[in-house]
Design a protein around this ligand. Structure first.
Ligand code: TYD
Ligand code: MG
Length: 449
C-alpha cells in the first residue's frame, strides 16, 4: 500500500511544514499545527498577466445591493458589493443560519436568485426555519449537499446572483484526502468559491464556525481569502446579537449591527445607544457609564468593576469586554501614582451586555469602577467618565467628544468628566462638563472623596 505523506499545517495562517513545530515561524502563534495527510504537491494554475499602468486602468464603480436589513447593510458599508466574497463567522448557535436565511429571503423578495447550500441541515429543517421567519420567496433554491461536485453542478444549473454556503467547514472535495473541516479542505474549497465568485456575476457568503476551544480549521485561514469578514457575536443565553465587521475591502470596519434574537427571527435594533445600560437613575459602587463610539454611532455602556480580597496568594485579574493588558496598566498606575493597594485583591472588569469596547478612551471609566468597588463608594449620579490614562497618571484626550456628549444628553446624563484637553472643543451645553487633567482629580471628583 502506498504510504501517505503527512504534513503539518498551521491552523492560523496555513503555513506548511514536514515536521511538527511548537511555534509557527510564519505567524508566530503557538500550538497551532495539525497533522494532515496528502498525496502530492499542490498544483498552481499559472496565469500570465502583463503589468498595466495604473492610469490606464478603467475605474469601475462597485454597485451595492441592499439587503434591506439596515443593520447588516451598514456593517458591510452600505450593502453587498457585486462579486464580493464575505465570511460570516460565529460560534455555533449564535444565529448565522438565521441571519443568512433572512438575508436570502430579502434578496429573493427583490428579485434576486439565491442558492442556499447547506451541509448541516436537512431540507425540512431549513424549510421549518424559513416558515418561522415568514420567508416565502420563489427565488431561493436549496441544495443540501456538501460534496463539491454536486455543488458545482447546482451552481451551473441555477446560475445564482447570491450563493450562501452554510458552512464552509462541511464542504467536502473527495479528491483531497483529508477530512471535511481540515485546513486543506477548507482552504481549497474556499478558493473554489472565490474563483467562482470572481468569474461569475454573483456574491458569496460563507458561514464559518468558530469554537471557544479553537477549531480544526479556523476562519483565520479564510480571512486571507475573502473580501470581508463579519463576526456574529453574542452570548447565546441572551437575545442580544452584534454583527461586527473585522475586515472589509469595500468599506470601513468600525460599524456594528445590533439585533435581538426573537421567536420569529432577528429583530433589528436601530436605536442601540441605550440598550447596554440598565438604569442611569441609580448609582452603584463599581459601575460607571462610558459613551463608546462604534462606527458612526455612540453607544452608552456600563463598565463594571468588582474588587474582592484574594484567597489564593496570587491576585486574579479577570477581564471581559475591554483589553486585559490595558486593565493591568490602569491598576499599575492606580497603585503607583495614587497609592491604592490592589495586590491583595482580585479584580474583575466587565462590560455590560457583552459588548466589546475597543478604545483606550474607556481607561478612566475602568479606573473609577475599580476604585469605586474597592472603596465601596458609588460614582456621582447620572454621570459619564471619559478619558485615556497615560503612564504618568495624566488624562489624554479622546476623539469625537461632541458626538459622545450629545448622545449622553439625549439619554438623560447630567454630568460628564472629560479630559481637560477636550474642553475647548465641547459644544454641547445640556450637560455639566467637568474637565480633569490627572487621574487623582478624576477619582476625587467622580467618587466625591
Ligand atoms: P441558528 O441560526 O441555527 O444558529 P447558527 O447557524 O449560528 O448555529 O440559530 C440558533 C438559535 O437561534 C437556535 O437555538 C434557535 C434560535 N432561534 C430563535 O430564537 N428564533 C428564530 O426565529 C430562529 C430561526 C432561531
Ligand atoms: Mg447554522
Amino acid at each position: 500500500m502506498k504510504k501517505e505523506k503527512s504534513i503539518f499545517v498551521c491552523s492560523e495562517c496555513g503555513y506548511q511544514t514536514i515536521k511538527l513545530l511548537g511555534r509557527c515561524p510564519n505567524c508566530g502563534k503557538w500550538n497551532t499545527f495539525i497533522e494532515e495527510f496528502y498525496t502530492g504537491l499542490e498544483k498552481f494554475e499559472e496565469e500570465i498577466m502583463p503589468p498595466k499602468k495604473l492610469t490606464e486602468i478603467e475605474f469601475e464603480d462597485t454597485p451595492r445591493i441592499k439587503t434591506k436589513i439596515e443593520e447588516f447593510d451598514r456593517v458591510l458599508g452600505g450593502g453587498v458589493v457585486k462579486k464580493s466574497y464575505i465570511l460570516v463567522a460565529g460560534e455555533p448557535g449564535v444565529g448565522k443560519s438565521t441571519l443568512l436565511l433572512t438575508v436570502a429571503g430579502n434578496l429573493a423578495k427583490n428579485g434576486y436568485k439565491v442558492l442556499y447550500i447547506s451541509g448541516e441541515e436537512s431540507q425540512n429543517q431549513i424549510k421549518m426555519r424559513a416558515k418561522r421567519l415568514g420567508i416565502e420567496s420563489d427565488g431561493i433554491y436549496l441544495l443540501t449537499s456538501s460534496e463539491i461536485n454536486s455543488i458545482k453542478n447546482g451552481l451551473e444549473k441555477i446560475n445564482p446572483d447570491f450563493v450562501i454556503v452554510d458552512s464552509i467547514q462541511t464542504v467536502y472535495n473527495p479528491e483531497i484526502p483529508t477530512i471535511p473541516g481540515s485546513v486543506t479542505q477548507v482552504r481549497e474549497n474556499a478558493n473554489f468559491f472565490m474563483k467562482y465568485t470572481k468569474t461569475n456575476d454573483c456574491s458569496t457568503f460563507l458561514v464559518g464556525h468558530i469554537t471557544k476551544e479553537g477549531v480544526v480549521a479556523g476562519p483565520k485561514i479564510l480571512e486571507h481569502i475573502v473580501d470581508s469578514v463579519i463576526y456574529f457575536e453574542g452570548d447565546i443565553r441572551t437575545n442580544l446579537r452584534i454583527l461586527r465587521c473585522f475586515k472589509n475591502r469595500f468599506g470601513s470596519t468600525n460599524e456594528i449591527g445590533v439585533f435581538s434574537m426573537e421567536e420569529n427571527g432577528l429583530k433589528e435594533i436601530p436605536d442601540a445607544s441605550s440598550i447596554f445600560i440598565q438604569d442611569i437613575e441609580r448609582n452603584i459602587p463599581g459601575r460607571t457609564i462610558f459613551p463608546t463610539i462604534e462606527g458612526t454611532r455612540t453607544i452608552l455602556v456600563e463598565i463594571e468593576g468588582l474588587v474582592t480580597p484574594t484567597y489564593y496568594g496570587i491576585p486574579r485579574r479577570t477581564v471581559s469586554g475591554v483589553d486585559y493588558n490595558r486593565v493591568s496598566l490602569i491598576i499599575a498606575v492606580l497603585e503607583k501614582k495614587l497609592k491604592f493597594n490592589f495586590n491583595t485583591f482580585d479584580v474583575y472588569v466587565n462590560v455590560g451586555g457583552g459588548l466589546k469596547v475597543n478604545e483606550v478612551g474607556c481607561d478612566l471609566a475602568v479606573a473609577v469602577s475599580c476604585v469605586s468597588s474597592l472603596k465601596d463608594i458609588p460614582p456621582i449620579k447620572k454621570s459619564v467618565i471619559i478619558g485615556e490614562i497615560g503612564l504618568t497618571g495624566e488624562i489624554r484626550g479622546v476623539e469625537n467628544i461632541n458626538l459622545r456628549l450629545k448622545e449622553c444628553a439625549r439619554l438623560g446624563i447630567e454630568r460628564a468628566i472629560i479630559p481637560e484637553k477636550n474642553k475647548k472643543d465641547v459644544s454641547v451645553s445640556q450637560i455639566e462638563i467637568i474637565p480633569v487633567k490627572f487621574l487623582n482629580e478624576a477619582i476625587k471628583i467622580s467618587l466625591s472623596i
